[in-house]
Ligand binder design. Structure first.
Ligand SMILES: [Zn+2]
Length: 274
């Protein structure tokens, strides 16, 4: 049997060919392997299933706004008021993110020459969670829109409240809602754009309080997670539950709009309502 003995050691019988991660990415919705440069050219929309990948606020800024923009309230950042400690302290988490970054970026700009204030949430910053700085930046943006007599647009992309800020985070729900109510009373126009994912306290407050609610296709939008709802109600959930299309069918959303048509649709809404 000596002819059958392996002479070389450490021979890998099933060599796995790793895809270079900078060139290929798997679609979480349909499982197709996508060529990144092609995906990027299509504003990160899967050409197989139309799933809209979460993208950065910089990209949304380019997609929605005309060229001239002014960044707002970038000096407002989170602090660890409660001295939160778990596996990692809140202070440590805040230290590893770049300076002046927050879970929302605010801008004064124009959409097809219509002046607007735009807030874009950023899921990459602690899950787009809503802390005190997020509440303050959005509230100030609403007030600025009121002063400038222009509409406000909030693009939501969030896991909900920020647990590291406890009740302070929950207070932001009522704080933002109060500012929106005052803005609405003065006749201001508020448009919300719900993207993948919009969940928790953001859905339960300003996400669903707009005069016009737009959502990107196949976005996950809901309050509690599906497993929690199933366990609590002991009911089977319908197909496409907590998706943009399901919520539009039930009347919670006005339009489901492709990211590539987002600017055009916002512009049409502004032309009609302002
Ligand atoms: Zn896909």
């Amino acid at each position: 049997m000596s002819w059958f003995t392996r002479k070389k050691k450490n021979i890998n019988k099933n060599p796995k060919k790793d895809l270079p991660s900078d060139l290929w990415i798997k679609c979480p919705n349909c499982g197709e392997i996508l060529y990144k440069p092609e995906l990027e050219a299509n504003n990160f929309i899967c050409h197989h299933c139309n799933f809209h990948f979460p993208i950065t606020s910089e990209l949304y800024q380019n997609i929605i706004l005309d060229e001239k923009t002014e960044s707002l309230f970038s000096g407002i950042t989170s602090i660890d008021t409660l001295g939160f400690k778990a596996n990692k302290s809140y202070e440590e988490i805040l230290e590893i993110v770049p300076n002046n970054k927050e879970a929302v970026d605010c801008f004064l700009g124009e959409v097809e020459k219509n002046k607007i204030v735009l807030c874009i949430m950023n899921f990459k910053f602690i899950g787009g969670s809503m802390g005190s700085a997020v509440g303050e930046k959005i509230s100030k943006s609403i007030n600025l829109a009121s002063e400038k007599n222009c509409p406000i647009i909030i693009l939501c992309q969030s896991g909900g409240a920020r647990m590291q800020e406890g009740a302070l985070s929950l207070m932001q729900l009522s704080k933002i809602s109060t500012h929106l109510a005052k803005f609405s009373k003065k006749g201001g126009l508020y448009i919300s754009i719900l993207t993948y994912p919009t969940t928790g306290g953001v859905t339960a407050s300003f996400g669903m309080q707009a005069d016009v609610t737009i959502a990107e296709p196949k976005a996950l939008i809901g309050f509690a997670g599906q497993r929690v709802i199933k366990q609590t109600t002991s009911q089977e959930l319908p197909d496409h539950f907590q998706t943009s299309e399901f919520l539009k069918e039930k009347g919670f959303i006005d339009f489901v709009v492709d990211r590539n048509n987002l600017k055009n649709s916002i512009s049409k809404v502004l032309d009609v309502l302002t």
